[in-house]
Write a protein that binds this ligand. Structure first.
Ligand SMILES: CC(C)(COP(=O)(O)OP(=O)(O)OC[C@H]1O[C@@H](n2cnc3c(N)ncnc32)[C@H](O)[C@@H]1OP(=O)(O)O)[C@@H](O)C(=O)NCCC(=O)NCCS
Length: 174
């Protein structure tokens, strides 16, 4: 199984895969409120192909923590139903988390099955003081630190998109 970077040609096939796996009303979910402000992180967008067709996809979106630090929202993760149980989902999560860590992202959030995500370092406890912009089943809302301590004492709402640039990176006015 080969995980490859998502390219421009994969976009439509991924949308079809997501409609199939999550249903056409998937955009009503709270997590989609966090995907509206910015595109997915392109270096963290992966697919698996079989015979030239997309059969699995994972992307991560940038979000902003209450302390104005950046973090990632994992998902959507989807595998073609007839190919489920072959390890593609876990391989994508493993690959994505390793790449996110290598890029220096401090933390990752997910809304998903705890038993699926716990082996990758996600826990409910790490997300306990964070709030999403809408309703979710709370036991499914989890977080993982990629930099130890990144979520220590962090409390409040998660915002979509990357943090605003710190003042010192803006051009000084003449
Ligand atoms: C969930 C999903 C991504 C798993 O992908 P996959 O390639 O079938 O999973 P893997 O082969 O890597 O892992 C299979 C294991 O995950 C478990 N698993 C699969 N879906 C699960 C779920 N929704 N909740 C908990 N465990 C799940 C299987 O029982 C199996 O466990 P086992 O190894 O102990 O037998 C895939 O089934 C899918 O696309 N589902 C629909 C969309 C979805 O729910 N996405 C995840 C949202 S967070």
């Amino acid at each position: 199984m080969k995980i490859i970077p998502q390219g421009p040609i994969h976009g439509a096939a991924i949308e079809r895969l997501l409609d199939l796996t999550f249903g056409h009303d998937r955009r009503n979910k709270t997590v989609y409120r966090l995907r509206e402000a910015a595109p997915a992180v392109s270096s963290l967008s992966f697919v698996i192909e079989r015979d030239g067709a997309v059969v699995a996809s994972l992307r991560f979106w940038p979000v902003t923590l209450p302390n104005h630090a950046q973090a990632l929202l994992l998902g959507p993760l989807a595998v073609l139903p007839e190919l489920s149980g072959q390890g593609m989902g876990r391989a994508l999560v493993r690959h994505g988390m390793a790449q996110a860590k290598a890029e220096g992202w401090p933390a990752v959030l997910v809304v998903g099955e705890p038993s699926y995500y716990e082996p990758f370092g996600f826990s409910r406890a790490a997300a306990e003081h964070l709030r999403l912009p809408g309703w979710v089943e709370l036991p499914r809302f989890q977080a993982a630190e990629l930099i130890p301590g990144a979520l220590d004492g962090v409390e409040g709402p998660i915002k979509p998109g990357r943090p605003a640039k710190p003042a010192w990176t803006r051009k000084a006015k003449a």
